[in-house]
Ligand binder design. Structure first.
Ligand code: SF4
Length: 304
């Protein structure tokens, strides 16, 4: 991955979008130092509350993860331990990071479960994950994420396994929690409808880099990058009888990216230079930035 650069203010939501394999999850894992074996950060920085996380030891990162930065993964069953009660799992971050014990801890778990709209939290905290519905389990994962009082939550496709009604409720809940706590949110999704509903800004990823980013309104109203245009063009339209548009070809393998612009084999507007030279960031007047030769003056591309 290369050229992944973005910033996020307190209380803001950034949507990371792109097809599977574009590098969204790897970006998130890089932030919290949880890259899989064989992957490593070779350059750049991850600055969180003034500190560069790439310079922290695993021990220091463990103190940040779960407390100041929390991660919500897409499969709640994979995040919850089937052998432990809900109480034990929600209590763990407050137990380890905030040294809460006894009645205070119990009260904290109860209020966290109430915050994620679990009915009768006093009773339900004694349950095991298999005694809860999919939507409830996802909310429990949300409660665990909030338990350490984080200032950043990274939510990686948290609604993928939920049906549409439960999904809408869960998104409303996340918004409410964000309003109440001021937590910043990185929301990873391939669903542009969710981005429009949830996010202040959006970064579109392709081939291990961010190809376009900016305020949600600017990107939705006037997408500059052909890939963003294609993504928006492939959203089904209610009542339309036109065939659904699909982006031709397959996303590239990150280990062997095409030369020049990684999107050129699939881009309907590709030019000769696109296969040779890698495009640089170009700032548009509306606050968005896109990485495409169509936007750069032919002789002097601007750098971002
Ligand atoms: Fe298409 Fe060329 Fe722009 Fe890449 S740089 S998106 S190939 S026009």
């Amino acid at each position: 991955m290369d050229g992944v650069s973005f910033s996020l203010n307190a209380g803001e939501t950034l949507g990371l979008v792109g097809e599977s394999g574009s590098g969204k999850t790897t970006t998130c894992l890089s932030i919290v130092g949880l890259l899989p074996r064989g992957a490593r950060i070779v350059g750049g920085s991850v600055v969180f509350e003034g500190e560069d996380l790439t310079r922290k030891s695993q021990r220091e990162l463990r103190r940040i993860r779960g407390r100041r930065i929390a991660v919500i993964l897409q499969d709640p069953m994979a995040s919850l331990n089937p052998l432990f009660t809900i109480f034990r799992q929600v209590a763990e971050p407050a137990f380890f990071h905030q040294q809460m014990r006894g009645k205070t801890l119990r009260q904290r778990v109860k209020s966290l479960l109430a915050a994620v709209r679990i009915p009768s939290p006093e009773w339900r905290m004694r349950d095991y994950p298999h005694q809860m519905s999919g939507g409830m389990r996802q909310r429990i994962v949300g409660a665990i994420a909030l338990a350490g009082g984080p200032s950043l939550v990274i939510a990686d496709e948290p609604t993928t396994n939920l049906d549409v009604t439960i999904q809408a409720q869960y998104l409303d809940l996340l918004k409410d929690i964000q309003r109440e706590t001021g937590v910043a949110l990185i929301f990873v999704t391939h669903n542009l409808g969710i981005v429009a509903k949830m996010c202040d800004r959006v970064a579109v990823m392709y081939g291990g880099t961010i190809v376009e980013q900016g305020p949600v309104r600017a990107i939705f109203d006037d997408p500059k990058h052909p890939y963003t245009q294609a993504l928006l063009g492939s959203i089904p339209k209610l009542g339309s009888r036109d065939p659904l548009y699909a982006i031709p070809g397959q996303p590239p393998n990150l280990a062997s990216l095409p030369t020049g612009c990684a999107f050129h084999p699939r881009c309907p507007q590709a030019m000769e230079r696109c296969a040779i030279d890698e495009p640089t960031n170009v700032h548009a007047g509306d606050g968005s930035v896109a990485r495409c030769w169509l936007l750069a003056p032919a002789a002097a591309p601007s750098h971002g």
